[in-house]
Design a protein around this ligand. Sequence first.
Ligand SMILES: *Cc1c(COP(=O)(O)O)cnc(C)c1O
Length: 355
Amino acid sequence: MHYTPAPRDPKAAPIRINLLSDTQTRPTPAMREAIARAEVGDEQIGDDPTVNLLCERVADLLGKEAAVFMPSGTMCNVAATLAHCRPGDELLAHATAHIIAREGGAHAALGGFQVTQLQGDDGQFTPETFRAALHPRSRYQPPQTLVSVEQTANIGGGTIWKKKALDEVAAIAKANGMITHMDGARLLNACVATKISARDMTAGWDSAWIDFSKGLGAPIGGAIAGSRAFIDDVWRWKQRLGGSMRQAGIAAAACVYALDHHVDRLADDHANARALARGLSQIDGIEVQEPETNLVFFKPDGAGVPGDKMVEALRKRGVLLAMMDGRIRACTYLDISAAMIEETVGHVREIVRSA
Ligand SMILES: *Cc1c(COP(=O)(O)O)cnc(C)c1O
Protein backbone atom coordinates (compact mmCIF):
# COMPACT_ATOMS: atom_id res chain seq x y z
CA MET A 1 0.00 0.00 0.00
CA HIS A 2 1.23 3.48 -0.78
CA TYR A 3 0.46 6.09 1.83
CA THR A 4 -0.57 9.35 0.23
CA PRO A 5 -0.99 12.46 2.35
CA ALA A 6 -4.68 13.39 2.47
CA PRO A 7 -5.59 16.25 0.18
CA ARG A 8 -7.17 19.23 1.88
CA ASP A 9 -10.80 18.60 2.69
CA PRO A 10 -12.73 21.36 0.87
CA LYS A 11 -15.45 21.29 3.59
CA ALA A 12 -12.99 21.74 6.47
CA ALA A 13 -12.59 25.09 8.22
CA PRO A 14 -10.23 27.38 6.33
CA ILE A 15 -6.66 27.26 7.63
CA ARG A 16 -5.82 30.58 9.24
CA ILE A 17 -2.71 29.59 11.15
CA ASN A 18 -0.50 27.06 9.41
CA LEU A 19 2.11 25.69 11.80
CA LEU A 20 2.44 22.39 9.93
CA SER A 21 5.93 22.97 8.58
CA ASP A 22 8.36 25.66 7.57
CA THR A 23 7.85 24.31 4.04
CA GLN A 24 4.48 26.12 4.07
CA THR A 25 6.00 29.52 3.28
CA ARG A 26 4.66 31.35 0.27
CA PRO A 27 7.02 33.51 -1.81
CA THR A 28 6.66 37.14 -0.73
CA PRO A 29 5.73 39.82 -3.31
CA ALA A 30 9.37 41.01 -3.34
CA MET A 31 10.61 37.46 -3.88
CA ARG A 32 8.15 37.03 -6.73
CA GLU A 33 9.55 40.19 -8.29
CA ALA A 34 13.06 38.78 -8.04
CA ILE A 35 11.77 35.62 -9.72
CA ALA A 36 10.14 37.64 -12.50
CA ARG A 37 13.35 39.58 -13.18
CA ALA A 38 15.63 36.51 -13.15
CA GLU A 39 18.18 36.15 -15.90
CA VAL A 40 18.03 32.55 -17.08
CA GLY A 41 19.84 30.02 -19.28
CA ASP A 42 20.17 26.26 -19.59
CA GLU A 43 21.17 24.99 -16.15
CA GLN A 44 21.97 21.49 -17.39
CA ILE A 45 24.83 22.77 -19.52
CA GLY A 46 26.02 25.20 -16.86
CA ASP A 47 24.65 28.19 -18.69
CA ASP A 48 22.14 29.70 -16.26
CA PRO A 49 23.70 32.86 -14.79
CA THR A 50 21.36 33.04 -11.78
CA VAL A 51 21.98 29.39 -10.85
CA ASN A 52 25.73 29.95 -11.27
CA LEU A 53 25.56 33.00 -9.01
CA LEU A 54 23.63 31.04 -6.40
CA CYS A 55 26.18 28.20 -6.48
CA GLU A 56 29.05 30.66 -5.99
CA ARG A 57 27.20 32.26 -3.09
CA VAL A 58 26.55 28.89 -1.41
CA ALA A 59 30.12 27.61 -1.93
CA ASP A 60 31.40 30.83 -0.37
CA LEU A 61 28.86 30.73 2.47
CA LEU A 62 29.83 27.17 3.39
CA GLY A 63 33.55 27.64 2.73
CA LYS A 64 33.78 24.94 0.06
CA GLU A 65 35.27 24.82 -3.46
CA ALA A 66 32.03 24.41 -5.36
CA ALA A 67 28.30 23.92 -5.05
CA VAL A 68 25.41 22.61 -7.12
CA PHE A 69 21.75 23.62 -7.14
CA MET A 70 19.26 20.81 -6.57
CA PRO A 71 15.48 20.59 -6.88
CA SER A 72 15.15 19.51 -3.23
CA GLY A 73 16.97 18.87 0.00
CA THR A 74 16.17 15.20 -0.32
CA MET A 75 18.05 15.08 -3.61
CA CYS A 76 21.01 16.79 -1.91
CA ASN A 77 21.16 13.95 0.63
CA VAL A 78 20.53 11.19 -1.92
CA ALA A 79 23.07 12.43 -4.47
CA ALA A 80 25.66 13.18 -1.78
CA THR A 81 25.45 9.76 -0.15
CA LEU A 82 25.52 8.06 -3.55
CA ALA A 83 28.58 10.10 -4.49
CA HIS A 84 30.35 9.28 -1.22
CA CYS A 85 29.54 5.57 -0.78
CA ARG A 86 29.88 2.38 -2.84
CA PRO A 87 27.61 -0.69 -2.54
CA GLY A 88 28.33 -2.52 0.72
CA ASP A 89 29.63 0.59 2.46
CA GLU A 90 28.29 1.65 5.83
CA LEU A 91 26.73 5.00 6.62
CA LEU A 92 26.36 6.07 10.26
CA ALA A 93 23.68 8.56 11.29
CA HIS A 94 21.24 9.16 14.11
CA ALA A 95 18.25 6.78 14.07
CA THR A 96 15.82 9.66 13.46
CA ALA A 97 17.84 11.19 10.60
CA HIS A 98 15.95 12.23 7.48
CA ILE A 99 18.57 10.39 5.46
CA ILE A 100 17.58 7.10 7.12
CA ALA A 101 13.92 7.58 7.95
CA ARG A 102 12.38 9.79 5.29
CA GLU A 103 13.96 9.29 1.90
CA GLY A 104 12.15 6.15 0.78
CA GLY A 105 15.17 3.99 1.52
CA ALA A 106 17.18 5.64 -1.25
CA HIS A 107 20.48 4.52 0.27
CA ALA A 108 19.42 0.87 0.02
CA ALA A 109 17.35 1.12 -3.18
CA LEU A 110 19.87 3.08 -5.22
CA GLY A 111 23.18 2.81 -3.40
CA GLY A 112 23.22 -0.68 -1.93
CA PHE A 113 24.86 0.54 1.21
CA GLN A 114 23.86 -0.16 4.76
CA VAL A 115 23.18 2.14 7.64
CA THR A 116 24.00 2.02 11.31
CA GLN A 117 21.50 3.92 13.39
CA LEU A 118 23.18 5.74 16.25
CA GLN A 119 21.13 6.52 19.35
CA GLY A 120 21.16 9.62 21.51
CA ASP A 121 19.00 12.38 22.97
CA ASP A 122 17.46 15.18 20.92
CA GLY A 123 18.26 13.66 17.53
CA GLN A 124 21.99 13.77 18.21
CA PHE A 125 24.62 11.20 19.08
CA THR A 126 27.66 11.94 21.20
CA PRO A 127 31.24 11.68 19.95
CA GLU A 128 31.60 8.74 22.40
CA THR A 129 28.63 6.91 20.88
CA PHE A 130 30.10 7.46 17.43
CA ARG A 131 33.53 6.24 18.49
CA ALA A 132 32.00 3.14 20.10
CA ALA A 133 30.24 2.25 16.81
CA LEU A 134 33.50 2.17 14.85
CA HIS A 135 35.31 -1.08 14.20
CA PRO A 136 38.75 -1.83 12.86
CA ARG A 137 39.05 -2.18 9.10
CA SER A 138 38.95 -5.85 8.22
CA ARG A 139 37.81 -8.10 5.39
CA TYR A 140 34.86 -9.21 7.51
CA GLN A 141 33.17 -5.96 8.19
CA PRO A 142 31.60 -3.35 5.92
CA PRO A 143 33.78 -0.34 5.15
CA GLN A 144 32.58 2.47 7.42
CA THR A 145 32.67 5.21 4.84
CA LEU A 146 30.37 8.03 5.85
CA VAL A 147 29.03 9.75 8.95
CA SER A 148 26.14 12.19 8.66
CA VAL A 149 24.70 14.74 11.08
CA GLU A 150 21.62 16.91 10.87
CA GLN A 151 22.04 20.58 11.78
CA THR A 152 19.50 21.31 13.22
CA ALA A 153 18.18 17.87 14.24
CA ASN A 154 14.57 17.93 13.07
CA ILE A 155 12.88 15.09 14.96
CA GLY A 156 15.19 15.82 17.88
CA GLY A 157 13.29 19.09 18.36
CA GLY A 158 15.14 21.44 16.02
CA THR A 159 18.11 21.10 18.36
CA ILE A 160 21.48 22.60 17.56
CA TRP A 161 24.57 20.45 17.38
CA LYS A 162 27.22 22.19 19.46
CA LYS A 163 30.23 23.27 17.46
CA LYS A 164 32.48 21.37 19.86
CA ALA A 165 30.58 18.09 19.29
CA LEU A 166 30.61 18.63 15.51
CA ASP A 167 34.36 19.18 15.61
CA GLU A 168 34.90 16.08 17.74
CA VAL A 169 32.78 13.84 15.51
CA ALA A 170 34.55 15.17 12.42
CA ALA A 171 37.97 14.62 14.00
CA ILE A 172 37.12 11.03 14.95
CA ALA A 173 35.81 10.42 11.42
CA LYS A 174 38.96 11.82 9.84
CA ALA A 175 41.21 9.79 12.15
CA ASN A 176 39.36 6.72 10.86
CA GLY A 177 39.57 7.68 7.19
CA MET A 178 35.87 8.46 6.94
CA ILE A 179 33.92 11.06 4.96
CA THR A 180 31.71 13.60 6.78
CA HIS A 181 28.34 14.87 5.55
CA MET A 182 26.08 17.51 7.06
CA ASP A 183 22.35 17.61 6.31
CA GLY A 184 21.93 21.35 6.74
CA ALA A 185 18.24 21.65 5.90
CA ARG A 186 18.05 24.16 8.78
CA LEU A 187 21.76 24.95 9.15
CA LEU A 188 21.17 28.69 8.90
CA ASN A 189 18.69 28.51 11.78
CA ALA A 190 21.52 27.07 13.88
CA CYS A 191 23.93 29.75 12.65
CA VAL A 192 21.55 32.61 13.40
CA ALA A 193 20.74 31.20 16.86
CA THR A 194 24.41 30.69 17.84
CA LYS A 195 25.98 33.55 15.83
CA ILE A 196 28.48 31.00 14.49
CA SER A 197 29.10 31.44 10.76
CA ALA A 198 27.98 28.71 8.36
CA ARG A 199 31.59 28.43 7.22
CA ASP A 200 32.78 27.67 10.76
CA MET A 201 29.86 25.37 11.46
CA THR A 202 30.66 23.23 8.38
CA ALA A 203 34.45 23.27 8.75
CA GLY A 204 35.48 19.63 9.05
CA TRP A 205 32.47 18.47 7.02
CA ASP A 206 33.31 17.33 3.50
CA SER A 207 29.83 18.03 2.18
CA ALA A 208 27.05 20.24 3.47
CA TRP A 209 23.87 21.64 2.03
CA ILE A 210 21.15 24.13 2.83
CA ASP A 211 17.47 24.04 1.99
CA PHE A 212 15.83 27.10 0.50
CA SER A 213 12.27 25.78 0.68
CA LYS A 214 12.07 25.76 4.49
CA GLY A 215 12.60 28.79 6.72
CA LEU A 216 14.33 30.70 3.95
CA GLY A 217 10.98 30.95 2.21
CA ALA A 218 11.81 30.04 -1.41
CA PRO A 219 9.35 27.85 -3.32
CA ILE A 220 11.84 25.08 -4.21
CA GLY A 221 15.49 24.14 -4.09
CA GLY A 222 18.52 23.22 -2.05
CA ALA A 223 22.22 23.59 -2.76
CA ILE A 224 25.03 21.26 -1.78
CA ALA A 225 28.68 22.22 -1.46
CA GLY A 226 31.98 20.36 -1.23
CA SER A 227 35.22 19.80 -3.12
CA ARG A 228 35.21 20.24 -6.88
CA ALA A 229 35.72 16.50 -7.40
CA PHE A 230 32.78 15.71 -5.11
CA ILE A 231 30.55 18.22 -6.88
CA ASP A 232 31.44 16.57 -10.23
CA ASP A 233 30.23 13.24 -8.79
CA VAL A 234 27.10 14.85 -7.39
CA TRP A 235 26.38 16.32 -10.83
CA ARG A 236 26.51 12.85 -12.37
CA TRP A 237 24.01 11.60 -9.79
CA LYS A 238 21.84 14.65 -10.32
CA GLN A 239 21.76 13.80 -14.02
CA ARG A 240 21.02 10.13 -13.31
CA LEU A 241 18.24 11.00 -10.90
CA GLY A 242 16.66 13.36 -13.42
CA GLY A 243 17.43 16.42 -11.33
CA SER A 244 19.22 18.44 -14.00
CA MET A 245 17.08 21.39 -14.97
CA ARG A 246 16.80 24.00 -17.71
CA GLN A 247 15.85 27.65 -16.97
CA ALA A 248 16.27 26.98 -13.26
CA GLY A 249 17.32 30.59 -12.68
CA ILE A 250 13.60 31.22 -12.12
CA ALA A 251 13.91 29.13 -8.95
CA ALA A 252 17.47 30.16 -8.08
CA ALA A 253 16.51 33.85 -8.12
CA ALA A 254 14.21 33.19 -5.17
CA CYS A 255 17.07 31.45 -3.36
CA VAL A 256 19.50 34.34 -3.96
CA TYR A 257 16.79 36.69 -2.73
CA ALA A 258 16.35 34.52 0.37
CA LEU A 259 20.09 34.62 1.15
CA ASP A 260 19.98 38.42 0.94
CA HIS A 261 16.76 39.03 2.86
CA HIS A 262 15.58 36.02 4.84
CA VAL A 263 18.55 34.83 6.88
CA ASP A 264 18.82 37.32 9.77
CA ARG A 265 15.05 37.32 10.21
CA LEU A 266 15.15 33.64 11.22
CA ALA A 267 15.73 35.11 14.69
CA ASP A 268 12.07 36.28 14.62
CA ASP A 269 10.96 32.69 14.01
CA HIS A 270 13.03 31.55 16.97
CA ALA A 271 11.46 34.24 19.18
CA ASN A 272 7.98 33.12 18.06
CA ALA A 273 8.88 29.50 18.80
CA ARG A 274 10.02 30.46 22.31
CA ALA A 275 6.80 32.43 22.86
CA LEU A 276 4.73 29.44 21.75
CA ALA A 277 6.64 27.10 24.06
CA ARG A 278 6.31 29.54 26.97
CA GLY A 279 2.54 29.88 26.43
CA LEU A 280 2.00 26.13 26.11
CA SER A 281 4.13 25.32 29.15
CA GLN A 282 1.88 27.55 31.26
CA ILE A 283 -1.05 25.22 30.55
CA ASP A 284 -1.24 22.46 33.18
CA GLY A 285 -0.29 19.03 31.89
CA ILE A 286 1.26 20.11 28.61
CA GLU A 287 4.81 18.87 28.17
CA VAL A 288 6.90 21.12 25.96
CA GLN A 289 10.47 20.68 24.77
CA GLU A 290 12.34 23.96 25.14
CA PRO A 291 12.91 25.12 21.54
CA GLU A 292 16.40 26.06 20.37
CA THR A 293 15.29 27.21 16.91
CA ASN A 294 11.99 27.26 14.99
CA LEU A 295 10.49 23.87 15.88
CA VAL A 296 8.29 23.32 18.94
CA PHE A 297 7.46 19.77 20.02
CA PHE A 298 4.82 19.20 22.67
CA LYS A 299 2.64 16.53 24.20
CA PRO A 300 -0.81 17.46 25.55
CA ASP A 301 -1.72 14.01 26.90
CA GLY A 302 -1.08 15.05 30.52
CA ALA A 303 -3.76 17.74 30.12
CA GLY A 304 -6.32 15.06 29.27
CA VAL A 305 -6.22 15.55 25.49
CA PRO A 306 -4.30 12.96 23.41
CA GLY A 307 -2.08 14.44 20.71
CA ASP A 308 -4.19 13.36 17.74
CA LYS A 309 -7.36 14.75 19.39
CA MET A 310 -5.60 18.06 20.00
CA VAL A 311 -4.50 18.22 16.35
CA GLU A 312 -8.08 17.50 15.26
CA ALA A 313 -9.61 20.10 17.61
CA LEU A 314 -7.12 22.75 16.51
CA ARG A 315 -7.82 21.95 12.87
CA LYS A 316 -11.54 22.68 13.48
CA ARG A 317 -10.46 26.10 14.74
CA GLY A 318 -8.38 26.75 11.63
CA VAL A 319 -4.99 25.91 13.17
CA LEU A 320 -2.97 23.32 11.26
CA LEU A 321 -0.21 21.23 12.78
CA ALA A 322 0.58 17.53 12.92
CA MET A 323 1.88 14.66 14.99
CA MET A 324 5.46 13.69 14.36
CA ASP A 325 6.90 10.58 16.01
CA GLY A 326 4.41 10.64 18.89
CA ARG A 327 4.45 14.35 19.65
CA ILE A 328 2.87 17.42 18.07
CA ARG A 329 5.25 19.55 16.05
CA ALA A 330 4.65 23.23 15.39
CA CYS A 331 6.93 25.19 13.06
CA THR A 332 7.40 28.93 12.93
CA TYR A 333 8.44 30.70 9.72
CA LEU A 334 8.07 33.99 7.98
CA ASP A 335 4.30 33.88 7.47
CA ILE A 336 3.71 33.22 11.19
CA SER A 337 3.27 36.31 13.36
CA ALA A 338 3.47 36.83 17.13
CA ALA A 339 -0.32 37.42 17.12
CA MET A 340 -0.88 34.00 15.52
CA ILE A 341 1.23 32.41 18.23
CA GLU A 342 -0.81 34.09 20.95
CA GLU A 343 -4.04 33.00 19.28
CA THR A 344 -2.79 29.40 19.00
CA VAL A 345 -1.95 29.26 22.71
CA GLY A 346 -5.47 30.58 23.44
CA HIS A 347 -7.06 27.82 21.36
CA VAL A 348 -5.00 25.12 23.09
CA ARG A 349 -5.99 26.52 26.48
CA GLU A 350 -9.71 26.46 25.55
CA ILE A 351 -9.49 22.93 24.13
CA VAL A 352 -7.85 21.71 27.34
CA ARG A 353 -10.41 23.54 29.48
CA SER A 354 -13.37 22.01 27.64
CA ALA A 355 -11.90 18.48 27.73
C1 LIG B 1 13.07 18.76 5.00
C2 LIG B 1 14.31 18.03 5.32
C3 LIG B 1 15.03 17.36 4.32
C4 LIG B 1 14.54 17.26 2.91
O1 LIG B 1 14.40 18.48 2.26
P1 LIG B 1 13.29 18.66 1.10
O2 LIG B 1 13.65 19.97 0.50
O3 LIG B 1 11.97 18.64 1.76
O4 LIG B 1 13.46 17.52 0.14
C5 LIG B 1 16.19 16.74 4.69
N1 LIG B 1 16.65 16.77 5.95
C6 LIG B 1 15.99 17.40 6.93
C7 LIG B 1 16.56 17.43 8.31
C8 LIG B 1 14.79 18.04 6.66
O5 LIG B 1 14.12 18.65 7.65
